[in-house]
Write a protein that binds this ligand. Structure first.
Ligand code: ADP
Length: 464
């Protein structure tokens, strides 16, 4: 029963409505139900008593109050409310017409009851209708001098009225408490929203502050990057100037020591001859070092034109340049020629790169073995990877990164001549192409150098 009551009370109420509208519709629905129930009750009682006019009257109540529920259910709330209020007025008029002014006044209580509820809903339209009812009541009261006392009202109707008033009181108090609760809810809701707003505001200022800090950090980073670039450029210029300009006095030292050596040939004792050898050797080594340093300083991605060429062509040049070394050392070279890709890079730099790597692979062979070098090629979806493997002395595992820095050498520096700049140049060339270079090695286990060239699409995107 309660379930049915609740379900009918909630007819037409949906979540999009405001809280106040929900309450109002709830009230009109309940009023509609009560009125209809009274109509039904009156109908049967009058049917039992055989009072035709009252039966009609009861039917009228039902007919006039049920549409309210219908209109509410199809969300025509305004129409529903008008029907309800108008039904009261119509009943009043009908009653007055049937029973005269006394009869009309007799029925006025229902309209007062309607009016009370309507006024409670605080709706302007209802106020007007409510006032209209009160007006009709006053007119009835003053026109009808014989205002009937309550006891003349049929007992069933008194019962209905009592019932109606009880329910009205219940509804109104319910409405009031719900409204108070809603207001309470609204207050706590507002408070929660305000708190959230405050939190949001704090967050916003935090984000703003973070943004500012980020901006500042970015600016600082840009500044650092700029000054770093400048330092690198300065260093490169410095290395260039030093290596270039020192070459001339060195050439002088070299040629004059040679001259002295020739002039004093045979006149010097053995020890002085040895000293002379060291001077000449030192000068030569210094010359080689300056040559390499110059190469390193001039290896740059700027102004170097890139082209598409088969890597095999670069190896042909390298092997030609190293012909003497290969023959002399009887190096065994295995080259996967047909697998070598076409790459997009500066040709001269690529020959330089592989020449350095092959030179090392030949140079750092085990004393009791002929050098063996294997060049292989692999391609994945992003890189062409070339590997150069030798079976030489190998590199300690903890040095496999540092050897790519300028002047970093490992092992016997006397036995294996060099300046320690070759791999640094290799690294620079590969990095300029957005590639990677690394080595896998163990001491005494040979070494495998890998060079990954980004495939053409990526190169073009970044490099051109
Ligand atoms: P350099 O060969 O002139 O010494 P590099 O920069 O070419 O200079 O090489 C740096 C160091 O890395 C070498 O001195 C050597 O110790 C080590 N190295 C390079 N290649 C090899 C290799 N294939 N096998 C063993 N050691 C190597």
């Amino acid at each position: 029963m309660i379930k049915i009551w609740n379900r009918i009370s909630n007819i037409g109420i949906h979540s999009n409505l405001t809280l106040f509208e929900k309450k109002r519709i709830l009230l009109t629905n309940r009023l509609g139900i009560i009125s209809s129930l009274i109509g039904v009750l009156a109908f049967f009682i009058h049917l039992f008593l055989g009072n035709a006019i009252n039966i009609l009257h009861a039917v009228l109540i039902i007919l006039l109050t049920l549409p309210t529920l219908y209109f509410n259910s199809i969300r025509l709330y305004r129409t529903g409310s008008y029907v309800l209020v108008s039904s009261g007025l119509l009943l009043l008029i009908a009653h007055t017409m049937l029973y005269g002014w006394e009869g009309g006044a007799n029925y006025i209580m229902v309209y007062i009851f309607f009016t009370v509820l309507i006024v409670f809903t605080k709706n302007r339209d209802y106020w007007i209708m409510g006032l209209l009812h009160i007006l009709v009541f006053i007119i009835c009261k003053y026109i009808s001098l014989n205002f009937p006392p309550l006891f003349q009202i049929p007992s069933i109707e008194i019962g209905s009225y009592v019932f109606l008033f009880a329910l009205t009181y219940l509804n109104v108090s319910l409405f009031k408490s719900e409204q108070a609760e809603a207001e309470g809810n609204t207050e706590s809701l507002i408070e929660a929203i305000e708190n959230k707003n405050k939190a949001l505001e704090t967050q916003r200022s935090l984000v703003k502050y973070q943004n500012q800090a980020l901006k500042k950090a970015n600016e600082e980073l840009e500044e650092t990057e700029k000054s770093l670039k400048e330092s690198v450029e300065d260093l490169r210029t410095f290395a260039y100037i030093v290596s270039h300009d020192l070459k001339e006095p060195l050439r002088m030292i070299n040629s004059y020591t040679q001259l002295i050596k020739r002039r004093l040939h045979g006149k010097l004792d053995e020890e002085t001859e040895e000293f002379m050898f060291y001077i000449v050797d030192g000068a030569k080594r210094m010359k080689d070092l300056l040559d390499d340093l110059l190469k390193y300083a001039t290896t740059t991605n700027k102004e170097v034109e890139r082209e598409d060429f088969p890597l095999k062509d670069a190896f042909d040049v390298v092997l030609m340049n190293l012909e003497f070394q290969i023959e002399e050392s009887k190096t065994d070279i295995y080259l996967e020629e047909d697998k070598l890709p076409i790459i997009h890079a500066p040709f001269s730099q690529i020959t330089q790169l592989f020449q350095n790597l092959l030179t090392n692979a030949i140079k750092f062979h085990k004393p009791d073995q002929v050098p063996t070098v294997m060049v292989r090629s692999k391609t994945n979806d992003r890189y062409h990877i070339i590997s150069i493997q030798d079976l030489g002395i190998g590199i300690p595992r903890d040095k496999t990164d540092s050897i790519f820095s300028p002047f970093k050498r490992v092992g016997n520096k006397e036995k294996y001549k060099g300046s320690g700049i070759g791999l640094a140049i290799c690294k620079k060339i590969v990095q300029n192409l957005d590639g990677k270079i690394w080595v896998e090695s163990e001491l005494g286990e040979g070494a495998t150098f890998y060079i990954a060239f980004p495939i053409k699409k990526r190169l073009k995107k970044k490099g051109e």
